[in-house]
Every structure is written in C-alpha cells, then in structure tokens.
Design a protein around this ligand. Structure first.
Ligand code: FES
Length: 109
C-alpha cells in the first residue's frame, strides 16, 4: 500500500465527484452530501469496469455514482454494482487530514 495525496478538500464540493491521475492510474473520488456512518469521502478506480468510462465524471446521487458512458451504477462506499452483485469495482481507503485528501493504493504489480 502507498498513501498518495489526491487533492484538497476544497477541490470537490459536497455531493460531487472528481478524478485525479496517480501514476498510470486514474482515481475517482466522491464526497457525499450527507456523510454515511461519519464518512464523507470515498474512492474507486476511476475507470468503469464496463468499458473504461470515467466514473469520476459521473453524477453522484446519495452514495451511488452513475457512469456517464452507459449508465452502470456503483455504490461508492464499497464499489458494488447496484444491480449485479457479482460486479465488484476496486475501492480504496480515503484519509482526510486537515484540508488534504489521501488515498491508500495497492503497490503496482
Ligand atoms: S463504460 Fe461505464 S457503463 Fe459503460
């Protein structure tokens, strides 16, 4: 695991998403309008597992993001597909310290 600073808390407004490149990876970050169990920030791999659409450019409704390309939807709190439980997208732990948003990413293979 390596901890990477993604952005400032001011870069993503509540109820919105953002995307940030980290090395050769794209990370989608989501800031819930209403925190879930005290957690406001979540992160997923930024490329939709369907066909590579940009999840960080998707619309966030509650804790569900809709991929802008073909409409697949994921629960951003755990990466699960809302209709097909067999589809599990990669999610990453998020840490917020002061005004910085960090994400723990697995080491590249
Ligand atoms: S690429 Fe995301 S739904 Fe098709």
């Amino acid at each position: 695991m390596s901890r990477v600073r993604l952005c400032s808390v001011h870069d993503v407004r509540p109820g919105a998403a953002g995307e940030f490149p980290v090395g050769d990876r794209l990370v989608a970050v989501f800031r819930l309008a209403e925190p879930r169990d005290g957690r406001e920030w979540f992160a997923l791999d930024g490329l939709c597992p369907h066909a590579g659409g940009p999840l960080g450019a998707g619309a966030l409704t509650g804790c569900v993001v809709t991929c802008p390309w073909h409409g697949w939807q994921f629960d951003v709190t755990d990466g699960s597909h809302t209709l097909t439980p067999q589809i599990q997208h990669e999610s990453f732990p998020v840490i917020v310290e002061e005004d910085a948003v960090w994400v723990d990413l697995p080491e590249p293979e």
